[in-house]
Every structure is written in C-alpha cells, then in structure tokens.
Design a protein around this ligand. Structure first.
Ligand code: ADP
Ligand code: MG
Length: 313
C-alpha cells in the first residue's frame, strides 16, 4: 500500500455536492460558494495521546476528527459544506484508513459535508481537518457580544467525556455511554443555526466550561457568575461519581463539544421552544467586570479547581 493507493481508497468513498466543481484528484479543489454568504473556516488537529487515548478505534478517531471541527462551525451559527483532511500515519495502513473513513464519512453524510481534498504523509498518528461553511453576513455567533445582564446557557450535559477519560486511566469499569461521549461527540449544528438572532455570544466547550466561558468574557469585556449546582449532568455521571469529582469534570473537563452561549432574559421563551430538540440549561449570568466566578448553591465552601486544558500549559 502506497500513498496514492490510500488516496484512491479515500477518493472512491467520498460523496460530492453540487457546489463541488472539482474534488479530490487535482492539485486543488474548485468550489462554488453561494453568492452573498460569508465563508466560515475552522481547523482542528487530533494527536494520539493528546486528543484521544492510544488504542482508540479508527472509526471513532474519524468521527471525532470531523466532529470537533463541525462543533466550531456550530458555535459560529454556520452551515458546513466542505472539508479537507491531512492524515499522518506511521504506516500506510489500509485497515486503519478504512475504519477511519467509516466514522468520518458517516458524520459527513449526516451533515452533507463533502471531503474535497487533503494530504497524506508518513509520521506519528495525527489527523488535521479543515471545514468550510457559510453564514449570512452579520449573523455569525461570535465571542464578543455578551452583555452584562445576559444569561449564560449550555446545551446537553457536561463532564461526560472527562469522566470517560478518568475511567480509562484508572482501569475502572468503563461506562459505555460515557465513552461514547468521548469518542463520538455530537456537533450541535442545528442548535447553532437556531441561535442566530437569539444568542449574543457563543463558544463550543472543548477545553472546559470555565476556561471557554472566560474566552467569551474576555472578548466581550464582561464577567460571569456560574452556579455549579445548576450544571447539567448525565445519569451516568450522577451515578458514577461523587459531587466533588463531578464538579471538576463539569467545570474543567474538556471534550464536551456542547455550546455555551449568552442571551438576554427576554429570549427565554424562544429558548424554551428549542428545548424540544436539545436540552438547554441556564447556568448563570453575565456581570460587569472581567472575572468568571463559580459558586455552588449546594455547597457554600466549594471552590472551582484550576481552569481547563491548555497545550504547553
Ligand atoms: P499534490 O502533491 O499535488 O499536493 P497529492 O498527491 O498530495 O497532490 O494529492 C492528490 C490529490 O489527493 C489532491 O487532490 C489531494 O487534495 C487529494 N488528497 C490527498 N490526501 C488526501 C486525504 N487524506 N484526504 C482527501 N484527499 C486527499
Ligand atoms: Mg499534497
């Protein structure tokens, strides 16, 4: 198996779209962006041992590589269209590539995303994906629009992926549902789209809630107060871990890929109507000042641990 055999294997399986003039096979792809839309571009890399545990199933790596990128487009309120894939493999491994594509292309199909190009090289196992999508001018959900008095919301549940990592590291019995949340995160694209015109700021939670909310606060020039007792938890997290453990996972654990957003109280009814699709929880409010503070309505003595994951930290 050589580089070009691997590329052929990929090319044979990808689905196209009408706006792909020329996909995999030439020196570059030719794409037709819709008139009048803004192009939204994001890139994320997954390295073995950093972003996924060694031994993770190839299909889960494929799913996650695309999911974390789609999550960034979701957090912008964008609709995805195309992606490119840089694959670095220790060996030209057809079995790995096929499994990887199973997960990657399954998610791509769900969201009608076309793989239009990439690069295939030899090196340590590493996957880098770029996604391209569209948003109407002025409609993107940015980090810099939060205002004092807004409320802070989060989708889904927090801490599940961090809990799965703890179980994996400790050889404790692994809960399959938690592991699924680590391996195959849900990108909240429909929610992100629905939040256009409602949310004043938005971010996807990849490094830990408090760390990511701090990015919103810094960009917006505001502070925030979070009630840790209000943070949504899955049943698996509630039954598997005690409160101090849960609090660390929910506030500082990474890899949730939920959306954290701010909205004025006047939008509460609109947000309630979105609840049928996706669980949404109000977890705090935006304040004047700069600090992100967290308290626990169930435990006055609780203090948040150090903030979330940082490379080179
Ligand atoms: P070049 O040497 O001109 O960069 P490559 O041999 O790297 O061309 O790639 C040939 C074609 O295959 C290009 O269209 C490129 O986008 C595509 N390609 C290479 N690797 C991948 C990959 N991992 N996923 C998708 N497309 C790929
Ligand atoms: Mg190339």
């Amino acid at each position: 198996m050589r580089e070009f055999d691997l590329i052929s294997r990929i090319r044979e399986r990808v689905a196209s779209r009408d706006d792909v003039v020329l996909g995999i096979g030439d020196d570059a792809a030719l794409l037709l962006p819709p008139a009048g839309m803004q192009l939204v571009v994001a890139m994320d890399t997954l390295n073995e041992g950093v972003h996924f545990p060694a031994g993770t199933a190839p299909s889960a790596i494929g799913w996650k590589a695309l999911a974390v990128n789609l999550s960034d487009l979701a957090a912008m309120g964008a609709t995805p269209a195309w992606c490119t894939l840089s694959l670095s493999l220790p060996e030209p491994d057809a079995g790995f590539t096929d499994g990887f594509l199973d997960g990657f292309l399954q998610l791509a199909k769900q969201h009608d995303v076309a793989l239009v190009g990439g690069d295939t090289t030899r090196g340590p196992l590493s996957v880098c994906v770029t996604v391209h999508g569209f948003v109407e001018p002025g409609q993107a959900l940015r980090r810099d629009g939060a205002r004092a008095g807004d409320e802070v919301w989060v989708s889904g549940t927090l801490g599940d992926a961090a809990a799965a990592l703890v179980q994996w590291r400790s050889d404790a019995a692994a809960d399959a549902g938690l592991r699924e949340r680590l391996d195959r995160p849900t990108s909240r694209l429909a929610l992100g789209r629905a939040l256009r015109g409602i949310a004043t700021a938005c971010i996807d939670v990849s490094d830990g809630l408090l760390a990511d909310l701090a990015h919103v606060c810094k960009a917006s020039g505001v502070g925030a107060v979070i009630d840790a007792a209000a943070l949504p938890a899955s049943d698996a997290l509630l039954t598997g871990f005690d409160r101090p453990q849960r609090r660390v996972m929910q506030t500082a654990g990474g890899d949730d890929y939920e959306l954290c957003f701010t909205a004025p109280p006047s939008c509460t009814a609109k947000l309630a109507s979105l609840q049928a699709e996706t669980r949404l929880t109000r977890i705090g409010r935006i304040t004047a000042g700069q600090a992100v503070r967290a308290r626990d309505a169930e435990d006055a003595g609780w203090q948040p641990a150090a903030t979330g994951y940082q490379h080179f930290g």
